[in-house]
Design a protein. Structure first.
Ligand code: TMP
Length: 311
C-alpha cells in the first residue's frame, strides 16, 4: 500500500497515519554524523532503535511524561501523535564528552558537578548552532514557558534514565531530546517527540567504559549493531527468546517479510542470518493472509526455524 510521505529526515521517515493527528514513523538504517558529512547504511540499526526507543518512551509514558509514541507497529515503524516540532535540540549532559569536551577542552569522561542542559537550534544550514534561551525566545522558536517546561522535563527524564541504564550496567553520559506541540481544542501542550536510542544518547559500559552508542560510527570503532544489540538486550526491549539480530532487506524474501510483518519480534542480524530471514518470510507468505505477526520465532540448533504466524 502506498502511503503519503510527510517528511524524510536523516534516520527516519514520517508517513501519514491511519487517523487524524497521527503519523507513522519509519526507522531507517541510515547513519549520519557531523551534519550529514559522514554517511553509511548499517543493517539492523533501524530495527534496534525502533525497539529501544519504544521501550524507553513506554517507560516514560508510564511515569507520566507524555511522549508522542502511541504504539510500535512492526519491526521498523511506530504509530505516533503528530505534533509541531519545536526547532530546538535539548542536550542533557552528565559526563564531559563530544562537543562539550572538544569546545571547552575538557577531558572526556570528567563527571560534571551537576547535570547541565544545552540548547541547539535545529538548522542544518547553520550546523545546528548552540543557542541561549534568549535566542530561542526572540526568534519565537519556543516561549519562555515552553523552554522552562521542556527543560524541567529533560532533567526529569535524565534522572529516570540514569537509574534505568545504571540498573543494567550502563552509564548515561549525555543525550538529546526534541519536543513538539499538540493541541486539544484551544489548549496547547508540549510533549516529548522523536526517539531516544543509542543514536541520540552516549552510553558507556559501567565496567570498562566501552562505547555502546553512535560514537562507534562517528569514530570508526566498528561493531555498532553489536553495541546497540547489547543495549537492547540489557534494557529488555527484546525478550530473551529472540536474541538474533538485524536483516538485509536486499533480499526480495525479506522485503516481503517487511511488508507482511506487523508486530514482529524477529530481528535477524548479519549475513549468516539472511537465510533465516528468508525462511521466516517464506513461512509467513504462505501461512497468512493480510497483516501478520511473527510470534514465537524459535531457533533450534543449528539454524532450524519454526515461525508461528498470527493474524
Ligand atoms: P554532541 O556532544 O555531539 O553535542 O552530542 C551530544 C548528545 O546529543 C549526544 O548524545 C548525541 C546527541 N546528538 C543527537 O542526537 N543528534 C545530533 O544531531 C547531535 C549533534 C547530537
Amino acid at each position: 500500500m502506498r502511503r503519503k510521505k510527510i517528511y524524510e529526515g536523516k534516520a527516519k521517515i514520517l508517513y501519514e497515519g491511519p487517523e487524524r493527528n497521527t503519523l507513522v514513523q519509519y526507522f531507517k538504517d541510515d547513519a549520519t554524523a557531523f551534519n550529514n558529512k559522514k554517511k553509511a547504511v548499517i543493517e539492523g540499526k533501524g530495527v534496534l532503535n525502533n525497539r529501544i526507543s519504544e521501550f524507553i518512551l513506554n517507560q516514560l509514558n508510564e511515569i507520566g511524561i507524555e511522549t508522542h509514541l502511541i504504539k510500535r507497529l512492526n519491526m521498523r515503524e511506530q504509530l505516533i501523535k503528530s505534533c509541531e516540532i519545536v526547532p530546538v535540540e535539548f542536550v542533557v549532559r552528565n559526563i564531559a564528552a563530544g562537543t562539550l569536551a572538544n569546545r571547552l577542552g575538557m577531558t572526556e569522561g570528567t563527571i560534571l558537578r551537576r547535570p547541565i542542559i544545552e540548547y541547539y537550534y535545529k538548522n542544518d544550514d547553520l550546523n545546528d548552532p548552540l543557542v541561549t534561551e534568549e535566542h530561542i525566545e526572540i526568534n519565537n522558536w519556543a516561549s519562555n514557558m515552553e523552554i522552562a517546561h521542556a527543560t524541567e522535563t529533560a532533567f526529569r527524564i535524565n534522572d529516570f534514565l540514569i537509574g534505568l541504564f545504571r540498573g543494567v550496567g550502563i552509564k548515561l553520559v549525555d543525550f538529546k531530546l526534541e519536543f513538539g506541540r499538540i493541541w486539544k481544542n484551544e489548549d496547547c501542550k508540549i510533549i516529548l517527540a522523536d526517539e531516544i536510542s543509542p543514536d541520540t544518547c552516549r552510553l558507556w559500559d559501567l565496567k570498562d567504559e566501552k562505547k555502546l552508542d553512535k560514537d562507534r560510527f562517528r569514530r570508526d570503532l566498528g561493531g555498532l549493531v553489536e553495541a546497540y544489540t547489547e543495549v537492547a538486550l540489557r534494557a529488555q526491549s527484546i525478550s530473551d527468546s529472540m536474541r538474533s539480530i538485524a536483516v538485509s532487506e536486499e533480499s526480495p524474501a525479506l522485503a516481503e517479510m517487511h511488508d507482511h510483518v506487523v508486530s514482529g519480534h524477529a530481528i535477524l542480524a548479519g549475513a549468516a542470518h539472511v537465510e533465516l530471514g528468508r525462511a521466516v518470510a517464506a513461512q509467513l507468505v504462505c501461512s497468512t493472509q493480510g497483516d501478520a505477526g511473527l510470534c514465537g520465532v524459535t531457533f533450534s540448533a543449528p539454524l532450524v526455524l519454526k515461525a508461528g504466524a498470527s493474524v
